[in-house]
Design a protein around this ligand. Sequence first.
Ligand SMILES: Nc1nc2c(ncn2[C@@H]2O[C@H](COP(=O)(O)OP(=O)(O)OP(=O)(O)O)[C@@H](O)[C@H]2O)c(=O)[nH]1
Ligand SMILES: [Mg+2]
Length: 373
Amino acid sequence: MISREYLDHLEEALAIAESANYEVVDIIKRSRPGRRLSDEAARRISERAHRANAEVIIYYGNLEPSSLYKLEKESKLKVLDRVLIILEIFALHAGSKESKLQIEMARLKHELPLIREYIRRAKAGEQVDFLGPGRYAFEAYEKHVITRIARIRRELDELRRRVKTQEQARKDSGVVLASIVGYASAGKTSIFNAITGERQPTGPEYFTTLFAKHKMVNFNNTKIMLIDTVGFVRDVPAEIIESFYSTLQEASLADVLIFVVDSSEDVSAIREKVAAGVSLLSKLNAINKPIILAMNKIDLVARDDLNKKESLVRELLSHMGIKADLVEVSAVKKLNLEALLEKVSESARGAGGPSETLRQGVRAEARPQADAR
Ligand SMILES: Nc1nc2c(ncn2[C@@H]2O[C@H](COP(=O)(O)OP(=O)(O)OP(=O)(O)O)[C@@H](O)[C@H]2O)c(=O)[nH]1
Ligand SMILES: [Mg+2]
C-alpha cells in the first residue's frame, strides 16, 4: 500500500521493500490524503492482501497508531509502516553492538504510541489480543519499553563520547576528515572505493552501506580520512534520525563534506534529494563546514543536461544559504577523482588556491578494481 504523499515515489517504495527482502505481490495506491484509515479502507486493504496471499502489509507512508492498529486487527497480518520497514533494513545490515542498540531504540520509540493505542483500546473494553498479549501484558511492556529506551540512550551517549574523543585526536594530529554523504544510491561507496582501492559493497538497492567505513589516503602530503556513510532518504522520521545519528556523526565531526549527487536522475529528483540531504544535515548540525558537491555518474549524462542540472543545484544551494564547490565525477569511470581530492584538501586548509604540494598527485592511487556491480 502506498500512501498518497509517496505516490510519486513508487520506485523508491519498491526498492525499499526489496532491500528489506520482501517480494511485492500487489500494489495498492491510496488516493486519499491523510494518516488515518477508515474502517472501510482497512477492510478493502485487508481483502486485497488476503486475495494476494500476502503475509505482510507494507504501508509506505505514515499512519496514525490507531489506523495501524485497525489494519492489523482487520487483516490479522503484520503491518509495517515506512519507519518500521526502514528499520528492518537497518537490522539486516546491523553488525556492531552500537548499531543494534540504535535500531532497537528507534523501533521502541516508534512502537510506544502503538502500544499505548493497544492499552487505550483494551481499557475501553476491546479485545486486543489478536496479534499479541492482552492489556496487562501491554501495560507491563510499556513500562519495559520506557526503561529500556532510557538505558539504551545512556549506553549510546557513552559510546558516542568515546567516538568523539577518538575523532578529535585524529583531527589534532592533522588528519583531514572528509565524510562522503548523499542520498541512498548516489554512488558514495563507489567513490570511496575508487579513491581508496577498497571493495566495499555497492549496488542499486537502498542502504547498501549502513555503517560508516573509514580509510586513510595520502594526497599531496595531506592525510585525508575518507568516511563512507549511510545514505539519506526523504523525510527521515525523528526516531530514525537518532539511530542514523551515529553513522552520520562522522558527518558532524568532519572537516569537509563530500555531498554526492546522482546526476543521471531527472531534475525534480535531484532537487528533492539535495533538499532532503541538506535538511537532514542541518538537523544533525553538520552543515556549517566546507561542502564539495560531487556530481556523480557524469558518464551517463549529456553535457547540456549536466549543465542544466548543475545550475539548478547551484541555485538551490544558494537559495538555502549554502556555499558549495561543485565537481563533476564518475566513480565507475574514475573521472576527476583527483580534482575532488584537491578540493577536499583545499577546503580543509580553508585556503583559496591550491598549495604547492598539490601538484605532486595522488599518493594512494586508486587501484583498478572489478566492476562495481
Ligand atoms: N554509471 C555509473 N554508475 C555508478 C556510478 N557511481 C555509482 N554507480 C552505480 O550506482 C549504484 C549505487 O552505487 P553505490 O556506490 O552503492 O551508492 P551508495 O551511495 O553507496 O548507496 P547506499 O550505500 O545504498 O546509500 C551502483 O549500482 C553503482 O554501480 C558512476 O559514476 N557511473
Ligand atoms: Mg554505499
